[in-house]
Design a protein around this ligand. Structure first.
Ligand SMILES: [Zn+2]
Length: 337
């Protein structure tokens, strides 16, 4: 991996966990590394490499000596044969996280500060009222669709697509962001977990990363045309409100393949792609993931972090009108909240 940086940390026994206030943006990287290297003593005990952001909605990839065990809190994380692992932080992840690495040398604990975020409130008028207050008659359908989505993400495969980074599945104005509190037709509902990218009806959606298709559903109540792709080790992408899906369950897809078409099916007010990234059932922020892990062509060792997404600029102009904003993908969310 070209963009890995290494935090060669002198670690201590669990009882003396140390706190690293190290948010590994490239700006602060120099300062962090300097401080950590100073702390490092001659006897290196299990090295830990990390990339990504300790931030709500963030994804981190790490590397340990092959054969090591890694735990996030109490959760045992699967580790690739080369020692790589991935983890994600949810919208409301607590302010501190602990990674425990166990190997022949013993068990070592590392504590990290998770940046806490403020989420905007987004008011959206004009979605079909039946998708805001669904009638009794559709509650069973909503539940079964939610269960299907959950099931599609339940079994983590050992694919390693996630290691290659992501590219944008569609170019267009950002009309909805991760985490925002949603008020539909005046009714407060669940937060939004996707990145909404507006595009014309029928525009092609390209695979942001390779994977295998886990779920194809053409008409879910909230999310309309719904596609879930597995990238391995619990990382999956979800694409919703699609007007058409060009792949079938079980298909292997490559980055860049046309996989679906933009639509406005389900709870949406206009054509857009809602792209979501999960780590198992934990919902991540695609914008943060893209920023941390942009795909770069093999051979290029560019560190520019250019994901093609000028996030700050696009979010600013998108917050007010929210014309295309949609919600959906009813997994884990009940009909009322
Ligand atoms: Zn959306």
């Amino acid at each position: 991996m070209k963009r890995w940086f290494s935090l060669q940390m002198q670690t201590r026994q669990t009882a003396h966990a140390r706190t690293y206030r190290c948010v590994p943006t490239w700006l602060s990287l120099g300062a962090c590394l300097g401080a950590l290297l100073l702390q490092s003593l001659a006897s290196q005990v299990n090295a830990l490499e990390l990339q990504g952001k300790w931030q709500q909605g963030g994804m981190l990839m790490g590397k340990v000596a092959p054969g090591s065990q890694v735990r996030l809190g109490k959760t045992l994380l699967p580790v690739t044969p080369k020692g790589e692992f991935v983890l994600g932080l949810g919208r409301n992840a607590p302010a501190s996280a602990t990674l425990v690495i166990a190997d022949d040398e013993g068990e070592h604990s590392h504590q990290f500060t998770v940046e806490q975020r403020q989420y905007a409130i987004q008011r959206i008028e004009g979605v079909p009222q039946r998708t805001v207050t669904p009638p009794e008659s559709v509650l069973a359908r909503i539940r079964s669709e939610g269960a299907a989505v959950s099931r599609a993400r339940r079994k983590a495969s050992q694919r390693m697509d996630f290691l290659t980074g992501f590219s944008l599945p569609l170019e267009g104005p950002i009309t909805g962001v991760y985490g925002s509190q949603r008020v539909f037709n005046g009714v407060p509902k669940n937060p939004h977990y996707g990145l909404d990218i507006a595009g014309p009806e029928g525009a092609l959606v390209h695979a942001p990363i390779s994977g295998v298709v886990k779920l194809v559903h053409r008409d879910m109540y909230y999310s309309g045309g719904t596609l879930i792709v597995d990238h391995g080790y619990g990382i999956s992408s979800t694409f919703i409100h699609l007007s058409d899906i060009l792949v079938a369950e079980g298909d292997e897809i490559q980055r860049g393949d046309p996989i679906a078409k933009v639509g406005s099916t389900g709870r949406a007010t206009g054509p857009h792609l809602d792209w979501r990234i999960n780590w198992h059932q934990v919902r991540l922020d695609p914008a943060v993931v893209l920023e941390s892990f942009p795909f770069s062509d093999s051979g290029s060792s560019s560190d520019s972090g250019d994901s093609g997404l000028d996030l700050n600029a696009q979010i600013d102009e998108a917050v007010a009108p929210a014309v295309w904003a949609g919600e959906g993908e009813n997994a884990e969310t009940g009909p009322t909240q």
